[in-house]
Design a protein around this ligand. Structure first.
Ligand SMILES: [Zn+2]
Length: 366
């Protein structure tokens, strides 16, 4: 019945820690409000994008964690399959699914993955990472990115240049696949999987003939263990949390915003405010909801815009704008030339035409 719980098997120490933290927060708040000691916790000089930029430039902000969701990939043409009214959602009707998420459910996947007209096909198309993806790559290159926690399975973070260690793919990824047999577990790459699917083969293991399944977290499956181990290491050390393109509604991912220290600033770049404290949070003893607007707001900043615009604006304030635009231009040109090579080879032609109906939006480049 309790929704706001981190489902973490066979280890309740973190919950005890969380309870301890909450008590400490309560005491700290009590002291600060009665003795006026609150100022030590205020890191940003202003709760705006400028304030965040000045903090990043100050040199005190060394470990930035990004938490991202479907909103960072929509400008790449990848629809958010959970939002009603988007192309993909509407498009799924022709597959006669019991409900849209069924395309990611393992039983359905086993039966239907082999078809070129499979609804999963859109994931194998050649999409280009967005400005927002490359902004995170810049954070990495500048030594500021502690980790990127993504809910997306489209692998665009990897295409943009984030590597395995930079990333926690909370809901898994299509980038790698594994044989489902517990005795085998042989790993396969994306190219192997693409080839199987586009040649209408059922993806079967070369070694043991069992089914091979992408490493995405299917509904009803557990999150990767790495999600939980990294979370404990990363969030207490975080100097700035940047949340982009997610409405923070899927647990346990959403609960991560409450895992940074009380003084850690949190920037939300999204089309609407999200993650704000719910009266329930208080009742359940879990602090940590976002507070952008109240009298007590001291660290949360909401920048309401697309993720690309927000990242460009922040890059501009940091003096990185030209560099970011240059990076996007170069990387997109390189992807385009690869794309042309593949097309010339005739390899992905069928994939292109079949996915055109799924994602009718043209690629944004300029
Ligand atoms: Zn196998």
């Amino acid at each position: 019945t309790v929704v706001y719980r981190l489902q973490e098997p066979s280890d309740d120490s973190s919950e005890e820690e969380a309870a301890g933290d909450t008590e400490m927060d309560f005491l700290r708040n009590l002291f600060s409000s009665t003795l006026g000691l609150g100022s030590a916790d205020k890191v940003l000089d202003e709760l705006t994008l400028d304030g965040v930029a000045r903090y990043i430039k100050s040199g005190k902000c060394k470990n930035i964690i990004c938490m991202v969701g479907a909103g960072i990939s929509t400008s790449a043409g990848i629809p958010d399959f959970r939002s009603p009214g988007t192309g993909l959602y509407a498009n799924l009707q022709k597959y006669n699914l019991p409900y849209p998420e069924a395309i990611f459910q393992i039983d359905y996947f086993k039966v239907n993955i082999r078809s070129r007209s499979s609804p999963c096909c859109f994931l194998f198309d050649f999409y280009q990472p967005t400005i927002c993806h490359y902004f995170m790559k810049m954070l990495k290159d500048k030594g500021l990115l502690k980790r990127c926690y993504t809910q997306n399975i489209d692998t665009l973070e990897r295409v943009a240049g984030l590597e395995g260690d930079d990333l926690i793919e909370a809901h898994g990824t299509f980038y790698t696949s594994h044989c489902v047999s517990f005795c085998c577990r042989k790993e396969y790459n994306l190219d192997w999987m693409k080839e199987k699917i586009f040649s209408d083969d059922i993806p079967r293991c070369d070694k043991c003939s069992s089914l091979v399944k992408p490493d995405i977290v299917f509904f009803g499956e557990n999150l990767p263990v790495r999600f939980f181990t990294s979370m404990k290491m990363d969030f207490p050390r975080c100097d700035l949390l940047i949340v982009m393109g997610t409405s923070l509604q899927v647990q346990p991912f959403a609960g991560l915003v409450g895992r940074v220290s009380k003084s850690c600033p949190r920037l939300l770049i999204n089309m609407e405010k999200a993650g704000q404290a719910d009266p329930l949070f208080g009742l359940l003893g879990f602090g940590g909801g976002m507070d952008f607007d109240s009298d007590k707001a001291y660290r949360d900043v909401a920048h309401i815009s697309t993720c690309d615009d927000g990242c460009l604006a922040l890059a501009d304030l940091l003096g990185w704008k030209v560099e970011l635009e240059e990076l996007v231009k170069q990387e997109h040109a390189q992807i385009d030339s690869q794309d042309k090579k593949e097309k010339a080879g005739g390899k992905s032609e069928a994939a292109k035409s079949s996915s055109a109906s799924v994602a009718p939006e043209p690629k944004k480049e300029e």
